[in-house]
Design a protein around this ligand. Sequence first.
Ligand SMILES: [Mg+2]
Length: 256
Amino acid sequence: MKKVLAFDVDQTLNIAKTPIPPEIAELLTKCLDHFEICPISGQKFDQFLIQIVDEMKDATPEQLTHLHLFVAQGTQYYRYDASKKDWEQVYNYPLTDEQVAKITEAIETAAKELGYWEEDKLAEGDEIIENRLSQVTFSALGQKAGTEAKYAWDPDCKKREAIVKRCKELAPEFDYEIGGTTSINAITPGMNKVFGMTHLMEELNVKKEDILYFGDMTQPGGNDYPVVQMGVETITVRSHEDTAYALRGILGLLDK
Ligand SMILES: [Mg+2]
């Protein structure tokens, strides 16, 4: 039997950038009794709390010790300390200021050249490029844009593929991954989900075969693809509804 259920977040556990729905919260909480549960996503730690942990209101401190947060594609890892009733950072591998500056310039230049720099559409105080410490993230319409606008912006990934192509010319020493609905994550090579999953195996003392991974971007170029490539068993979902369906099946078998 698998020991670990690992999950991409955006479009796998939720509608991108929104809290997980009650059904997913309930299913994940139940899974904590049987598995180590590991969300892994490009988001920052505070977004993991807002989108996942805060919604799992019924989880006990003991259950939460089986929830492992692999933040910024697993370049940061947080686990729950039941005695302190708080999260503790286990490790962090940040980018240097110089790397952040170089990536920021490349993405901004590429998006502007291609006419995809939509500064006029941003909500007040919002930003297109965000430094997430272990990665730099481009969100075409910012963090606060509505879901509908985000879905409509680049449904076939063509705009982001064009930006990525140009970025690879401008700053080839970095890797660029398409994720979510409007996002590109820039990282140093190797600091993708393989890095996160490798550290996950080390920290949780499990093997590849012990893990089942859920993701929506498992196609080549997608930010879940590195996990497929490393040979972890993967379930491709179209949305959190597919994930809920699969989790109900897994829990149903355990109850027998
Ligand atoms: Mg996703």
